[in-house]
Every structure is written in C-alpha cells, then in structure tokens.
Design a protein. Structure first.
Length: 223
C-alpha cells in the first residue's frame, strides 16, 4: 500500500500487546476467573474487552456470560490474579528496543496512551529506565471513556499541543485502532497473535511488528 506523506508531530503508543506481551496474561486471568464460574474465555470476549477501562472491561465479561457478579468484586479478583502473574510473565514485544531507539533518534515526542490503570503502568515500568523518554503518560484513570471512544487520543493530542491529524497512533487492537481513527489521528495497527483477526479499518498501515521497515519510514531519524 502507498503510505501517506506524513511527518508526525507526536507519537502515541498503546502498551498492552504493543509494547509488552501482556495479552496472554490477560487471557490467563480471564480464563481463571471464568473457569471458577464454569465458563471459558474466548477471542470474541477478548475483542470486546480490549481497550476498555477497569470496570467497563469486566462489565463486558459479565454481560457476555450473563454472570451475577458485581463488577467491583470481579475486578478485584482479576487484579489479584493479574498482580501475581505479571512479574513472572511480563516480556517485551519483538522489536521494542530497536523501535524506541528509532523514536528517540527521530526527536519526535512520544507518549504512552494505555487503557490500563496507572497502578499497573507503575508496576510494569518500575525498573525500565526509558520511561523517562515519554513526553507524558495517559492511563485509563485519566479518561472517562475507554477505547473505541476517541477520548484517549483527543486528550493525547491536546497534551502534545497539536491537532489529532498531526499525531501518529500505534495500536494492536481493533478497539484501539477505532479510537485513534475516530480522533482524526493517523493510525498504524500492529496486530499480535490475539488480535490479528480484529478489524483495523482506517489504519494507514497494518504492520508486521515494531521492526517493520514500513513503520520506520513513517518517522525519519534526525540528520
């Protein structure tokens, strides 16, 4: 495909499934919670939950399986399982280090824009020195509406002090892609094994990974 002639003034990066391979952790959490109730996690439910914020995400689970649990109690149960699994299962997505080096060399400001709550961002980044390179961090705690609503990315553009059309968004999920597209931003989708069947309508590029040379060409290093 022909990529647009575009020089972004800011880059917004999702976290789960894009920077870190956390989707398989969420899958295990969801399956554990549901097995306790005689249900199972599945791709259709995962697609509905991705990009949602906290209580909104677990409400999708409740509605999908017609559970009787209160969302607050289900979220607390999920948090406990996730917190136990995260230290041993967290790993970066392929190409992350090289992509970050490329971003830093470009001089284009970049930020984290994740639906995860700040408590988990702080855990994931507690020993990662390149966190300091983020222009800012937006989490699910900072917005009212989760993805696919555009609020995350209209807020990011405002914090960059640019128009959404001047921003490049990197997302791995259909909900995240829809959020970026609805905001007016240019969106690159980088599906992973859990999201490759989702809808990425409106993305200017569906990349193979963070190492995809087509992605690199969208942002040129400072000469």
């Amino acid at each position: 495909m022909d990529l647009p002639q575009f020089s972004p003034s800011g880059v917004a990066l999702d976290m789960d499934g894009l920077l870190f391979d956390t989707e398989r952790i969420y899958w295990q959490v969801g399956d554990t919670v549901l097995e306790r109730r005689g249900k199972r996690y599945c791709e259709a439910l995962q697609a509905r939950m991705m990009g949602r914020i906290g209580l909104g995400a677990v409400q999708e689970m409740i509605d999908f399986h017609q559970l009787n649990d209160a969302p607050e109690s289900l979220l607390a149960e999920s948090d406990q399982i996730y917190g136990n699994l995260l230290p041993e299962m967290l790993r970066p997505m392929p190409g992350l280090e090289g992509w970050l080096e490329h971003l830093v060399a470009s001089g284009v400001p970049f930020a984290l824009t994740t639906s995860s709550r700040r408590r988990w961002v702080d855990v994931i980044f507690q020993d990662i020195p390149w966190r300091e390179h983020f222009a800012f961090i937006l989490t699910g705690d900072d917005v009212t509406h989760g993805k696919p609503h555009p609020e995350m990315y209209t807020t990011a553009a405002s914090k960059f002090a640019i128009k959404p059309q001047e921003m490049l968004v990197l997302e791995d999920s259909g909900n995240g892609c829809a959020s970026g597209v609805a905001s007016g931003a240019q969106v690159v989708a980088i599906p992973n094994e859990h999201t490759m069947k989702q809808d990425f309508s409106g993305a200017v590029l569906v990349a193979d990974s963070l190492s995809d040379p087509r992605l690199r060409r969208l942002i040129s290093p400072v000469k």
